[in-house]
Design a protein around this ligand. Structure first.
Ligand code: SF4
Length: 390
């Protein structure tokens, strides 16, 4: 399964689910968005396994994406979730910082079994990871996996299109792997440990127009089992109070069909996906205008103003609203995976997600609208992967 296959589905609600199966990580990368440490929080494996057990052939996500912290600190859990997912027809992806390659040597057997169990393996690599795990060690692991036919990719971060490190790294990856390893290249985000040193660019000011939030399409399970409509790190970390409209449930009590139904049906999440939070605030907010706080910052306060959820609920039952949502999703799907990578990654490197695509293009991705119970029936079948994490 190629990286493109997952990213093609990125705008399709509930086509995938993210599992953050631990917050622990033995690395100390300076930009870690989850501020992970080896003694960070970790919840019982059965919490996550039990949720995967609620997938069925009739009602399941198309893709199951696992990360952390460092997901491969729990290799048996990764393997179990992958096997449960595969047994009902879902495909899986794991993202790792390759802590196990830090000091050379072979991939530990339990980690190898976990990697073998997933459909796509992605490694993080950037200037900060390289201080922890040498580039050569990452390349060695990828080569070993590729020699066995594994589908792999890299998730790179840098300061922007002019970052000389990114230029050097992407060129070397292309040369060493003969253009067979797709790369998703994103800017360092000002979360977690990076929050202390990364300066944010000033927010652009101007007229507010609809700006759909495509990353609110896939539910995100946090390391504590809480499920949110997106993986915004400030929300996941509790740095900002969890906005009521982004809470989808908890895997200790909610099964996949319930989470899926909320992700697809919540009027507020539907509206955020269709027009973005600033437009909603400007249109429905009681104060008039949307303020200048920023895109996600506006989202965090939407349900504090009762006029916004009330206005959204009123409109959500209008047939024209459903048409606008449907058309927005279709346009995002039509725009494709590269367009998504341009918008949420570093534009100049977006095409690198296509490296290693072979044969015919994967089949198109349909819309979930009018579909039955499964994400698969909703999105059609695809050929051959976060996301930020896709
Ligand atoms: S706009 Fe809202 S839903 Fe979208 S990423 Fe930001 S916080 Fe999440």
């Amino acid at each position: 399964m190629h990286l493109m296959e997952i990213l093609r589905y990125r705008p399709v609600p509930a086509a995938a689910v993210f599992f953050g199966i631990t917050r622990r990580c033995p690395l100390h990368c300076k930009h870690c968005s989850t501020s992970s440490l080896l003694d960070s929080e970790e919840y019982p494996e059965q919490l996550f396994r039990g949720f995967a057990e609620t997938f069925t052939a009739e009602n399941r996500p198309e893709f199951v994406l696992m990360s952390g912290g460092e997901a491969l600190l729990r290799p048996r859990l990764v393997q179990d979730i992958a096997e449960l997912s595969r047994s009902v027809g879902a495909r899986t992806h794991v993202l790792s910082g390759l802590y196990f390659a830090q000091h050379g040597g072979r991939i530990p057997p339990a980690v190898k079994r976990a990697i073998d169990a997933v459909d796509h393996f992605s490694a993080s690599l950037d200037v900060f990871h390289e201080e922890e795990v040498p580039r050569a060690a990452v390349f060695r692991v990828l080569k070993e996996l590729m020699a066995e036919g594994k589908n792999v990719s890299l998730q790179l971060t840098g300061t922007g299109p002019g970052d000389p490190y990114l230029a050097d790294l992407t060129a070397e990856v292309r040369r060493v792997f003969d253009d067979q390893v797709p790369m998703l290249v994103a800017p360092v985000s000002p979360h977690g440990r990076a929050d202390a040193w990364l300066k944010q660019a000033p927010l652009p000011q101007g007229e507010i127009s609809p700006a759909p939030c495509a990353v609110s399409a896939w539910p995100v399970i946090g390391f504590n089992g809480q499920v949110t409509a997106c993986g915004n790190q400030d929300v996941m970390d509790g740095k900002v109070p969890l906005p009521a409209h982004l809470y989808l449930g908890h895997i200790a009590k909610d099964d996949w069909p319930t989470i899926r139904e909320r992700a697809i049906g919540s009027p507020m999440v539907r509206a955020i996906r269709a027009t973005g939070p600033e437009y909603l605030m400007e249109r429905h907010g009681s104060a008039g205008g949307c303020g200048t706080e920023g895109y996600c910052q506006t989202c965090w306060v939407l349900s504090k103003d009762p006029a916004v959820p009330a206005g959204v609920r009123r409109l959500s039952v209008e047939p024209t609203t459903r048409l606008v949502e449907e058309r927005t999703e279709e346009l995002l799907v039509e725009a494709g995976a590269v367009s998504f990578a341009q918008q949420y990654g570093i534009t100049e490197y977006a095409e690198l997600i296509t490296l290693g695509l072979s044969g015919t293009e994967p089949a198109g991705v349909g819309s979930r609208w009018g579909a039955g119970g499964t994400a698969r029936s909703a999105v059609g079948t695809a050929g051959s992967t976060a996301g930020s994490t896709p």
